[in-house]
Structure formats: structure tokens, C-alpha cells
Design a protein around this ligand. Structure first.
Ligand SMILES: Cc1ncc(COP(=O)(O)O)c(C=O)c1O
Length: 373
């Protein structure tokens, strides 16, 4: 009987999906990174118009429609003063595909990829699928990634290091000084920095910084998406930015595994990126209010939690048996170990959920904490 590749046998189904699928219909779900807002009307309308005019009937350019790549380029100029050539971007099926392209194009069997632990589940899995060896590194107590720890982990076998600010599952935001350090490390060691910036617009205090602004462009690949910024997770629309030669290599992977991102989603994304941006600020303000509700509730329950500065996750330290107890009382959270060995003893809560549900969930968590302590 035909068997499976060792690469695919080395990965398992994400722990996030498992809890999501195990939860009953009545559960309050704090388990999934899914904003609860509708996609802005102007983005939806642009897709409807494109479908009705027949613009979406054919494959687009492999890299994505030029007006969207121009809108991406304009957004980097407007937001960060960073010059991105529209030809140095590939439009992908979400940030997930963008991460896949970045790792597939740069990792050889046996090479190492450094990433935060706890960290987003895809870094470990995509490294293994590319044939590489995961090299998770510990976080600081405030759950940020220490550039010194990344630098210490670099060896001759290092293909890339991944940074993720704002971070999933931690909600941690790296300081500008840290991002400059990551850029220096990439340049000095000639190691690729893959910067996962899908939460770039959900920063509560201070600003988002990208290593693209500081490092040699050839040493940085940026991954981002419309998913979280415009509440467009279901549209599957992201992008990867890199130097011309890196884009050309990643395009080889994209061309054969995806051909092009969904055409209707590309038109919606173009409208989202170049249309009014008030919706982004409104969603961010709402996430910040919810973050404060969550911090208060966790504090009342006596749980220790570093203050998340971005994204829509909180990662409290929890007593043993806490996640199961909370789940049995009808609230879905993700056990920290789903994000790496260092996640043990933590839980990830997503607060991209209405305030009333959050308050109810926090009361349940309080009672569950008392029950397991
Ligand atoms: C840190 C991080 N990177 C990438 C992704 C993938 O995003 P997308 O839904 O655009 O594929 C996610 C999704 O949760 C994420 O949290």
C-alpha cells in the first residue's frame, strides 16, 4: 500500500482546530482568531461588481492583479514610508500561503528555522513540510521575542528566522529597538528574516514597525494579509513581499500550488486597501476595549497575564487542569502547548468576540479557576 511522506507524517492537525471542532454549538468560543465584524461594505461591493462584470471569470496574473499590487505598494508607502515595487509582491491565498511560499522557497532539508515558542502553529509545521528542522526559542517574561535569543540560536544551518509582531498567541508587540535589532541580525549574519505582520494594524499602544524599513531588502520577506485588518479571513487573501529574486523563487512555488489567488477576493482586497480606512481604526478600538475587559476579568480571577499590546489574544498563566475545566463549563480556549512546548501552563484566549459573551466567559473562567485551585 502506498504510504505517506515522512514530511507530512511529521506534522499533525492544529490543536486550535481540534478544540474548535470539539466544542458544542452553545459554547462561547474564545478559541479562534476570527474577528466578529462583517467585511466592510465597499470591499464586498467591489467583489460583487467584479463578478457581475465578468472580470473574475479567468485566472489572473500569477502574482495577482496589478491594481491590487499597486494598492499594496501604496499602503506600505502611506503607512510606513516603505517603498515596495508592485512587482516585488505576490498575492496569495491568505497569510498562510504566503508563509508556505517563504519557507518552501528558502529551506533545504536539514536546515534550521528559528521561531518564537510559544508561536503561531504554522511555523513549526511549515518548516517540517519544507524538510527543515524547527528551532523554537524561548520568549522573555513579557512574551516578546528577544533578539539576543534569536542571534544565539543562529548556526551555519540556519535558513531563516521568523518574527511575528503583533504576536499570536501572545498579543505581544516588539519594540522598534527590537525590530531594528532583528534587521541588524539578518544583515550581519546574512540570514533571512521572515516577518509575519498579519496583525500589523491591531496595535493598541505605540506603532507597528517592520524590519523592511531597516534591513537590506534582500534579507527580509514580509507576510501580511487582509484577513485580520479588514475582517476578511474567509476571503483567503494575503501577500508576500521580498526582493525581486526572492519573489521570483516564491512565484515558482505559488504558480504550481495555487496559480493565482481567488479573483473576486483580489478585487475586494483592492477596494479594502485603497478605500476608506476608518473601519480599521474602529475595529482596533473595539479590540482594545475588549482587551481591557479581559484583563480586568482575568485579574479578578487571580490569573497572571502580561498585558497584550496588539492582535486580539491574551495568554494568561493557568493552573493545571484549567483548560479542561473551562471547556467542560462551555467556554472554548486553546491550551498553550498547542503553540509550542513553552506554552505549557498557559492558555490562549481570543477576544475577537462580543463584550457580553466575553463577560459571561470571564465569569465562567473565574469559577473554573476557583474549582481547580
Ligand atoms: C500569526 C499569524 N500568521 C498568519 C496567519 C494566517 O492568516 P490567514 O488567515 O490570512 O491565512 C494567522 C492566522 O491566524 C496568524 O495568526
Amino acid at each position: 500500500m502506498a504510504e505517506f511522506s515522512t514530511r507530512v507524517e511529521a506534522v499533525s492537525i492544529s490543536g486550535i482546530r481540534e478544540v474548535f471542532e470539539a466544542a458544542g454549538d452553545d459554547a462561547i468560543n474564545l478559541g479562534i482568531g476570527q474577528p466578529d465584524f462583517p467585511t466592510p461594505d465597499h470591499a464586498r461591493q467591489a467583489a460583487i461588481d467584479a463578478i457581475q462584470s465578468g472580470d473574475t471569470d479567468a485566472y489572473t496574473s500569477n502574482k495577482g492583479i496589478l491594481p491590487l499590487r499597486e494598492a499594496i505598494s501604496d499602503a506600505y508607502d502611506r503607512n510606513y514610508g516603505i517603498d515596495v515595487d508592485p512587482n516585488d509582491a505576490i498575492v496569495t491565498a491568505g497569510g498562510s500561503e504566503a508563509l508556505h511560499l517563504a519557507l518552501e522557497a528558502h529551506v533545504d532539508p536539514g536546515q534550521e528555522v528559528i521561531f518564537p515558542d510559544p508561536g503561531f502553529v504554522a511555523y513549526d509545521a511549515l518548516t517540517k513540510l519544507a524538510g527543515g528542522t524547527p528551532k523554537p526559542v524561548d520568549l522573555r517574561d513579557d512574551l516578546t521575542l528577544d533578539p539576543a535569543a534569536v542571534e544565539a540560536a543562529i548556526t551555519d544551518e540556519t535558513a531563516a528566522f521568523v518574527i511575528n509582531s503583533p504576536g499570536n498567541p501572545t498579543g505581544a508587540v516588539q519594540s522598534e529597538a527590537d525590530i531594528r535589532e532583528f534587521a541588524r541580525i539578518a544583515d550581519e549574519h546574512d540570514v533571512l528574516c521572515i516577518s509575519d505582520e498579519v496583525y500589523e494594524h491591531i496595535v493598541f499602544e505605540g506603532e507597528h514597525h517592520s524590519p523592511l524599513a531597516y534591513a537590506n531588502t534582500d534579507n527580509v520577506v514580509v507576510v501580511s494579509a487582509c484577513s485580520k485588518t479588514y475582517s476578511m479571513t474567509g476571503w483567503r487573501l494575503g501577500w508576500v513581499i521580498g526582493s525581486n529574486r526572492r519573489i521570483e523563487r516564491m512565484l515558482r512555488v505559488h504558480q504550481y500550488c495555487q496559480a493565482c489567488a481567488s479573483a473576486p477576493a483580489q478585487y475586494a482586497a483592492k477596494a479594502a486597501l485603497s478605500g476608506p480606512q476608518d473601519c480599521v481604526a474602529e475595529m482596533r478600538d473595539s479590540f482594545q476595549q475588549r482587551r481591557d475587559v479581559v484583563l480586568d476579568g482575568l485579574e479578578d480571577a487571580g490569573l497572571e497575564v502580561p498585558t497584550p499590546q496588539g492582535a486580539f489574544y491574551a495568554m494568561p498563566k493557568v493552573p493545571e487542569g484549567w483548560c479542561d475545566e473551562v471547556l467542560s463549563r462551555g467556554v472554548v480556549v486553546v491550551p498553550g502547548e498547542a503553540f509550542g512546548a513553552n506554552g505549557e501552563g498557559y492558555a490562549r484566549l481570543s477576544y475577537a468576540t462580543g463584550v457580553e459573551d466575553l463577560k459571561e466567559a470571564l465569569e465562567i473562567m473565574h469559577a473554573a479557576t476557583n474549582a481547580v485551585r
